[in-house]
Design a protein around this ligand. Structure first.
Ligand code: PLP
Length: 441
């Protein structure tokens, strides 16, 4: 039995739910409505609800707790910083901010020497978009259907899913289809064909919009919320080439995929592509304190002027966030978390999911890398018809009942535990998935 963490049993079921409902997110989120789980504490890959019931966290809380819950070194760094200084203004320099920036650029490609901090991922994309517009003097931002970039102004209209519907008339934001072989828009039969046709499609979109009006292409390196859509070889390099041909900047959103998730520090390290701007959040400090930012290639940083007021004014670079980044990145490096993520993906998660797919007709496809995977569930393997929402709801309830906290989006179960997950924990989770899928018939 794992240590259950602090005692929270004095919170009654009823009170916990009432507190939870008071958070407005829960009034509309279908995802949240299917879950009555109220989490009170966490450690490593496990969380406990207010009654002390233990769950394996295979969601990483929206895919951000890469280093695991309540890592002792990060928790004590936050505590120590709290005793030193917890406020910051942009005109002053705090030591932790420089230390955090230094560690972040050390992981980025040559030439990326500047970072500015924001309060999260949406905020990072917002600022990258603004910077791209100021740098190029152009307006349009191209991003893919099946993407998620955050819930603020420009980030939400760059997002290519149902969330942008109320913003359909936002100007300057254009969507195109990225590669997704399993549900190909291009009738492709191989990754090579998918890559070639997806690039052809983007070429046409750029031409019809007018290349000289496009400031940037904004892409999740590996689209996460849309189902871990690992890009085919050559696709990102092809996008880069198109951008270069037309003076368009390439922003890679590494908010979910970055800092270890894919078994690399940045997901794009595996794709022979160099972006102009990199946005990050979540994994950089495992979400312990809200933080994000943009890493900027030098030619763009050199063009900074008084019009660029990056990040939020009061809280960007907050000492608690910075201390948590420093401690997280140091612990990740000294504990080999990124290498572990790659190895556990190759030796346990990938093979485990492949075996599940062999046993269960309901799994149409599994895909992923590192500790970043998704199973696509179908009503019929032949037609690839997605498993309908009520059945997905039942799956979610069954997983929770067996002690696994899942991240489910549409017809996909995302398999995204903290990157420190052990082979035993992966085995435990696979047995639960297997049991639940068997019970489904
Ligand atoms: N970009 C990506 C790829 C994300 O997955 C998310 C959040 O899930 C965001 C941006 C938004 O980040 P935040 O919730 O910190 O605003």
């Amino acid at each position: 039995m794992t240590d259950p963490g602090p005692d929270t049993t004095d919170v009654t079921d009823e009170l916990a739910r009432e507190l939870d409902r008071a958070h407005v997110f829960h009034s509309w989120s279908a995802q949240a409505q299917t879950s009555s789980l109220v989490i009170a504490s966490g450690r490593g890959c496990r969380v406990w609800d207010h009654a002390g019931v233990e769950y394996l966290d295979f969601s990483s809380q929206l895919v951000n707790v890469n280093i695991g819950h309540q890592h002792p070194a990060v928790v004590s760094a936050i505590r120590e910083q709290a005793e030193l200084l917890t406020t910051v203004a942009p005109a002053t320099v705090n030591l932790a901010r420089g230390e955090a920036a230094k560690r972040i650029v050390a992981r980025a490609p040559e030439g990326f020497r500047r970072v500015f901090f924001t309060n999260g991922g949406a905020d990072a994309n917002e600022n990258a978009i603004r910077l791209a517009r100021l740098t190029t003097g152009r307006d349009k931002i191209l991003s893919t259907y099946r993407s998620y970039h955050g819930n603020t102004g420009a980030a939400i209209v760059s997002t290519g899913d149902w969330r942008r519907v109320p913003n359909e008339f936002a100007r300057g934001h254009v969507h195109f289809f990225g590669p997704y072989l399993y549900r190909s828009e291009f009738w492709a039969r191989s990754p090579e064909e998918e890559c070639e046709r997806a690039l052809q499609h983007l070429r046409r979109v750029i031409e019809s919009e007018g290349p000289q009006t496009i400031a940037a292409v904004l892409l999740e390196t590996v689209p996460g919320t849309a189902g871990v859509l690992v890009p085919p070889p050559g696709y990102l390099a092809g996008v880069r080439e198109l951008c270069d041909r037309h003076g368009i900047l390439l922003i890679l959103d590494e908010v979910m995929a970055g800092f270890g998730r894919t078994g690399r520090w940045f997901a794009f390290d595996g794709y022979e592509v160099r972006p102009d701007l990199i946005t990050f959040a979540k994994g950089v400090n495992s979400g312990y304190v809200p933080a994000g930012g943009v890493i900027i290639d030098e030619p763009i940083a050199a063009g900074f002027d008084e019009r660029v007021f990056p990040g939020g004014l009061t809280y960007s670079g907050h000492p608690l966030a910075m201390a948590s980044i420093v401690a997280t990145l140091d612990a990740m490096a000294s504990e080999g978390v990124v290498e572990h993520a790659r190895a556990i993906g190759e030796t346990a998660i990938g093979p485990g999911l492949a075996e599940l797919a062999e046993r269960h007709e309901a799994i149409g496809e599994v895909r992923g890398e590192g500790v970043f995977w998704a199973m696509e569930l179908v009503a019929d393997r032949e037609t690839r018809e997605p498993l309908p929402a009520p059945a997905m709801g039942e799956l979610k309830a069954a997983l929770l009942a067996r002690g696994l906290l899942p991240f489910i989006q549409d017809n996909r179960i995302h398999v995204v535990p903290p990157c420190v997950v052990t082979a035993d924990e992966v085995g435990e989770a696979m047995a639960i998935y297997d049991e639940v899928l068997s019970a489904m018939g």
